[in-house]
Design a protein around this ligand. Sequence first.
Ligand code: NAG
Ligand code: NAG
Ligand code: CU
Length: 348
Amino acid sequence: MLHLTSLLSYIFISLSVLGQVIAHQSGSDSSSHRHDPNCHIVYVRREWRILTTKEKAEYTNAVLCLQNRPAANLQDKVARTRFDEFQGLHVKLADQVHSVGHFLPWHRYFLMRYELALREECGYKGAHPYWDWSIDADAPLPLIHSPIFDPHTGFGGDGIGGTYSVPADPKGESSIFPEAFRGCVTDGPFANLRLNYGPGKYAGDHCLTRGIDNTLKGVLNSTAVSKALSQPNFGVFRIEVEGQPETSTPRIHDGGHIAIGGEMSNIYSSPGDPLFFMHHANLDRIWRKWQLSKPGRMWEVSGRSTPTPPPFVNVTVEFPLNMGTLGDTIPIREIMDTASRPGCYTYT
Ligand SMILES: *[C@@H]1O[C@H](CO)[C@@H](O)[C@H](O)[C@H]1NC(C)=O
Ligand SMILES: *[C@@H]1O[C@H](CO)[C@@H](O)[C@H](O)[C@H]1NC(C)=O
Ligand SMILES: [Cu+2]
């Protein structure tokens, strides 16, 4: 009996090891990553168009719930809602979390806290979805035909011209590009959304804006994603994903922001558009795919800690991720494997 038990556990361990190896070879999440003992459930994030109409409504209803819940941090005089608090933190930290080595880790953790808020405060039961824009960029039709912009089963469509006046930004402190602000979004679940942060560093009641730009399709297509995934180390991978100003032309991160336009085009206030989280979930998926594509890449991180010189340190897995009042400060190490705590998710 003892002999049989040890034989069985030997077989079990062998199978687990085999599972890990297969996961590395295939470069994707396998079932072996879905049973991490530290997680009660490992959620599988899926592409928006795979969700049923009911699941899509459950997600957008949870976001609407967050937009209707009062702000938790009374020190924040601008935020009126929990949703505003996520946008507000991004406004405050934008100059510290872009063009740096922790760009991808910080945004991964930011999404984890958003997903947790949807779940714990708004009863959302599913995994956070993502929008794979490369599908739409590869298609011959303009981006507005994407199911993500559907007024009934998506996030609503383009901004309507003449419905919004962009504030002047003479010194460029808010990085506002007026031509990206076509107008207010007037259909879909977020048609009546009022934002209190933005645009840029401005703060005041205004509508959710967009200005869809099809000229970015070439930087969002499957060729662009393959180029990012083929980068040989984290340093060049991160820059190839993030884009300007470290690259001279847009890449998949900034390209996605500019393609949606309006609030999304702004480096400070972009999380005012709920599509921010769908776009960044897709970038996070691409990073996870790169992490699983070769042994060792799961723990690889590098790059400067501040965008402007000096002083800066080189970012390592011990570098702290500041989440303000939205979550504890934790080291990058804790978010590197999304299939373990606190993330507890994978992608399909
Ligand atoms: C993606 O866009 C680039 C630039 O326009 C183009 O060279 C490439 O062929 C496109 N790839 C696909 C799959 O359409
Ligand atoms: C950061 O790493 C680079 C490349 O390895 C090295 O040249 C540089 O001296 C490091 N900088 C600091 C501040 O540690
Ligand atoms: Cu950002």
